[in-house]
Design a protein around this ligand. Structure first.
Ligand code: FAD
Ligand code: NAD
Length: 449
């Protein structure tokens, strides 16, 4: 069967691009081996954010006596967490199916394999197109240590299948996935320990932010051990898991009921028959140019599979760039300004460069800082724990980085990304009228400071 465009994978890289390509007049075949919506909708962004909301409700109940309540008694019913989460996911998945049907995208259920650079095969059936976009996503990685492959070690998908809140949970890896689950399960009642290899949690985030987040989560009772390497995992006769790790050259142990392995994700490049099409790849992913084109003209790779930036909205934007290139159109997408957030409680949000990156690039910068505790709305909300750092280029005054920890940090980082995209300078930001009282004023005060 022939189409103008074949897309492999229906995550936010694949299905969003399929919808846009169809709206722009292309006939599209979308091949997907898993559930529509990919990792993001079924096992990533959406189910985890449902659980973040449950965690935040639990914390509100716990802290209610600081507000209007005298005493609040509550139990966590984890079945309700699961039921609500699955309901949201299936509602959204039905929505994706409906949109694809309406757009007349030819959705093929199955695993695609390249036969050559224009033909793919799915369950013995051939499909051909002059342009192919690979959007096959990524999978959880594990550690090459004894016990890491055991069925009682959970990855981010496995932990979503838990039917109870573990009494004691060890999270291996203090990255985005690890910290989000640590925050959720601590709020739902688990005793959580995070073991991170690097000196700080969330390595790509600004160290000013991660230090504060670590303090904040530690106050919530989460134990965070940094600079520690896990060397072995064993289950004892009482079904407790013994996690062995080394810290400053000494061996330590942590006993727990469940382990979440969250040490990064690897690109889905195996089994695609990339060699049949001559597409270069490695375990890090499929290398692409600025138009997301691989070494083979007409074949593109977007989203997690190219290893550039493992974020849902980055996958979608990369898909749009690939499509524009196919259609011979230009765009203004700036991949240097991708907002990202960690939905811990409190949240962290960032956009643009970190102070460390500016130093590495030898850039002259100025910073502006502000604190939630000095913001009227934050205090009214009972959310005094938070911090904002803005980075400006010294000479031009352009806003080039924003780093925020605190309530609604993801939204505030998005606001900064908008300002950055439109070329806002420190001076120009000071002239914008910010509504009062809002958390957004935290950005204004940082620009004024
Ligand atoms: P995917 O969403 O992984 O989709 C790939 C699809 O391709 C899948 O359906 C797969 O079955 C299919 N496929 C694979 N191989 C083949 C083949 N050979 N043939 C046919 N189909 C195939 N990002 C955010 O921006 N915000 C968040 O809050 C966030 N939270 C996350 C939480 C967790 C726990 C995880 C794991 C990830 C999270 N992410 C988040 C990351 C986000 O999910 C990914 O960046 C995003 O899903 C990548 O989209 P994609 O289209 O590249 O791939
Ligand atoms: P990650 O790369 O963010 O974090 C992995 C962590 O594991 C790192 O901090 C790393 O230092 C640590 N680590 C590696 N080896 C270790 C070892 N031997 N012992 C202890 N720690 C070790 O990866 P992730 O958390 O698995 O997430 C994967 C991707 O998913 C990320 O790139 C992220 O962009 C995406 N994601 C995004 C969101 C979001 O946007 N809110 C949420 C979840 C996931």
């Amino acid at each position: 069967m022939h189409s103008d465009l074949i897309i492999i994978g229906a995550g936010p890289g694949g299905y969003e691009t399929a919808l846009e390509a169809a709206a722009r007049g292309l006939s599209v075949t979308l091949v997907n081996g898993g559930k529509l919506g990919g990792t993001c909708l079924n096992e990533g962004c959406i189910p985890t954010k449902c659980m973040v909301r449950d965690a935040s409700v639990a914390m509100t109940l716990r802290d209610a006596t600081e507000f209007c309540a005298t005493e609040v008694k509550y139990d966590i019913d984890f079945n309700k967490v699961i039921t609500r989460r699955e309901g949201v996911v299936s509602q959204l998945r039905d929505g994706v199916a409906m949109l694809l049907k309406k757009a007349k995208v030819n959705v093929v259920d199955g695993m695609a394999k390249f036969k050559d650079s224009n033909i793919i095969e799915v369950d013995g059936q051939e499909y051909d197109a002059p342009h192919i976009i690979i959007a096959t996503g990524s999978h959880s990685r594990t550690l090459p240590v004894p016990g890491a492959d055991s069925e009682w070690v959970l990855d981010s998908t496995g932990i979503l299948n838990l039917e109870f809140v573990p009494a004691e949970l060890v999270v291996v890896g203090g990255g985005v996935i690890g910290m989000e689950f640590a925050s959720v399960f601590a709020a739902l009642g688990s005793k959580v320990t995070v073991i991170e290899y690097m000196k700080q949690i969330l390595p790509p985030f600004d160290s000013d932010i991660t230090k504060r987040l670590k303090q904040s989560l530690s106050k919530r009772g989460i134990e965070i051990i940094t600079g520690a390497g896990v060397t072995r995992l064993e289950q004892n006769y009482e079904y407790k898991i013994d996690v062995t790790y080394t810290l400053k050259g000494e061996e330590h142990h942590k006993l727990c009921d469940n382990v979440l392995m969250a040490v990064g994700r690897g690109a889905n490049v195996e089994g695609l028959g990339l060699e049949n099409a001559g597409v270069a790849y490695s375990t890090k992913g499929i290398p692409v140019d600025d138009n997301m084109q691989t070494n083979v003209p007409g074949i593109y790779a977007v989203g997690d599979v190219n290893g550039k930036m493992m974020l849902a909205h980055a996958a979608t934007a990369q898909g749009r760039r690939a499509l524009n290139h196919i259609l011979g159109e230009s765009d203004n997408i700036n991949f240097d300004i991708v907002p990202s957030a960690v939905f811990t409680i409190p949240e962290c949000g960032m956009a643009g460069l970190t102070e460390e990156q500016c130093k590495e690039r030898g850039m002259a910068i100025e910073t502006g800082k502000s604190f939630y505790r000095a913001n009227g709305k934050a205090l009214a909300m009972g959310e005094a724990d938070g911090y904002c750092k803005l980075i400006f280029a010294k000479e031009s005054g352009l806003l080039i980085g924003a780093h925020i920890m605190g309530a609604d940090a993801a939204l505030l980082a998005q606001q900064c990304a908008d300002l950055m995209s439109l070329g806002a300078t420190r001076q120009r930001m000071r002239d914008i009228i910010f509504g009062h009282p809002t958390l957004s004023e935290i950005i204004l005060v940082a620009a004024q400071s």
